[in-house]
Design a protein around this ligand. Structure first.
Ligand code: MN
Length: 515
């Protein structure tokens, strides 16, 4: 249990880092302690997955768990409860709509609230939680009687897994289902009603985060863009390339260039010194994309070039302006080689590509990712995970140059075969997609010189323009994790708050151990 009992501000750092308070109506901080100091609230939250947020007021914050199936009075049922970040006391009466695209986007109602007491009454709740068991008496409108919270699983870099259940007492009700009691105790409304008429919708007159791209904003539909010390010719700036997801506005070429300019300093370390294959979509989603592995003759002379082994001339993005040039030429997706131009036969990463089939759910992808996480932990290897921006997850293991692509591919094949054997119902080893019966493929064949994986932070050419988003290992346990929420509109704010989560793959000093 990692929690700052007294230093309220530091206890809320994680809560604050995950949210953009110019966009969400959730409170940033604040809220005075109650007279008793022992309030509780349960919020029914329809995020990507429905869950109930169970929060106890302890030492000036709301200590919180996400309970996917909700608390119940039925003493025969134990509910999984995932410990999540502390929330400010002012969250106690939060009811409203978190905008799509924000952390935890969805509608929230105050499903139950009241006071609680530890049992025995003189117990120190913070200490009990540290020890992994808290007995508590709830006095809410729906939840009453004695409950127990028990820590079942605590592993580094993962969310703590707890169980929440009701004791056999006078308040216990067999067969009691929280979904049969859907109304807010604050407003009497259901989630559906709050969603239809949210009282607190985000309204902000503040501008977007990040540096204003004045020079780009001053250009009409085309012109010479002064950016990063170069003059880049840009065209068709107001052309719509992709429709927005949901009610989001469409994405123009100008907005894509803005994103490229904002993210360039972050993504550049993953591109520099490597040849790049651009997946070009000059007409956005209107026409199919095509690959461009070689630079056209008309490309400006200042771009870095590399004579690749296949006889062509490849682009190397070694400065931000080169990325802008690529995007202006339709290079929506950025796929860099995994070997450096100086040693093209030596891969810099072992790549684990979790490629979902038609029947693979997001939860299945997470199961596969968590199994690989466990395997890599056991092997003592540092690695990073990222969403692909579509439905998959990739894990990159940085390695010291040495083994060949064949050797690295064989290593990943062995690892993934062992992992896949744990969940044979989720995985197919068939080569052809149609032979896989909808199951996922653990695609070790990506470890080849001529294959490239999408770079971290690269946009994807889909509605809403999602992004391949680095994630923490703990986020694999987060019921809010939704790859569709990482877009060119949300990623700059996430990087500002969380930093570059992919940074550990830049070390390149690891050896792959014997399996
Ligand atoms: Mn929640």
């Amino acid at each position: 249990m990692k929690r700052a009992a007294k230093a309220q501000s530091s206890g809320l750092a994680e809560y604050q880092s995950r949210r953009d308070f110019t966009r969400t109506p959730e409170p940033a901080a604040g809220g005075g302690p109650s007279g008793t100091g022992r309030r509780f609230v349960v919020q029914r939250h329809r995020a990507r997955a429905l869950h109930y947020d169970f929060r106890l007021e302890i030492d000036g914050v709301l200590v919180s768990w996400a309970v996917p199936k909700g608390p119940t009075l039925d003493p025969g049922v134990r509910r999984a409860a995932i410990h999540v970040e502390d929330h400010p006391l002012s969250y106690y009466d939060f009811e409203g709509v978190i905008p799509a695209g924000q952390y935890g986007g969805g509608d929230v109602i105050v499903w139950d609230a009241g006071t609680w007491q530890p049992y025995p009454a003189d117990a120190d709740p913070a200490r009990e939680l540290e020890a992994g068991t808290l007995h508590l008496d709830l006095a809410g409108e729906k939840l009453k009687g004695r409950f127990v919270l028990v820590l079942t699983k605590k592993e580094a870099a993962k969310k703590e897994q707890w169980l929440l259940f009701h004791k056999h007492d006078e308040q216990a009700v067999e067969g009691w289902d929280p979904e049969d009691h859907p109304a807010s105790v604050l407003s009497g409304r259901t989630n559906e009603e709050v969603k239809a008429h949210p009282e607190r919708v985000w309204q902000s007159n503040r501008g977007p985060v990040g540096e204003a791209l004045d020079a780009l904003g001053q250009l009409g539909g085309a012109g010479r863009w002064e950016a990063f010390g170069r003059e880049v010719a840009v065209t068709n700036l107001d052309k719509v390339l992709f429709s927005g997801s949901g009610s989001e506005p469409a994405v123009t070429k100008r907005e894509l260039l803005e994103y490229a300019a904002r993210i360039a300093p972050v993504v550049l370390p993953y591109l520099t010194g490597r040849a790049i294959n651009l997946h070009r979509y000059p007409d956005g989603e209107a026409t199919p994309g095509f690959w461009q592995r070689h630079l056209p003759a008309h490309a400006p002379g200042w771009l870095e070039r590399w004579a690749s082994p296949d006889g062509g001339t490849s682009l190397v993005i070694s400065e931000p302006a080169a990325l802008l040039w690529a995007v202006n030429n339709g290079g929506v997706e950025w796929h860099a080689w995994t070997s450096a131009t100086g040693a093209p036969d030596l891969p810099g990463y072992a790549l684990i590509d979790l490629d979902p089939g038609e029947g693979t759910s997001w939860e299945d992808v997470l199961v596969l990712a968590r199994l690989h996480r466990t395997a890599l932990e056991h092997l003592g290897l540092s690695a990073c995970a990222k969403t692909t921006g579509r439905r998959g997850i990739q894990i990159w293991v940085p390695i010291a140059p040495g083994p060949t692509f064949d050797e690295v591919r064989a290593w990943v094949a062995q690892l993934s075969t062992a992992v896949g054997a744990v969940v044979p119902e989720l995985v197919s080893w068939q080569w052809q997609r149609e032979d896989r019966a909808g199951r996922a493929r653990l695609d070790y064949t990506q470890n080849a010189q001529h294959k490239t994986l999408v770079a971290p932070y690269s946009p994807r050419a889909v509605t809403g323009v999602t992004v391949s988003a680095p994630i923490t290992w703990a986020e694999l346990d987060d019921p809010h994790l939704d790859p569709g929420l990482f877009t060119i509109r949300t990623m700059p704010g996430r990087v500002e708050a969380a930093g570059d989560l992919f940074r550990p793959v830049q070390r390149h000093d690891q050896q792959l151990p014997e399996l």
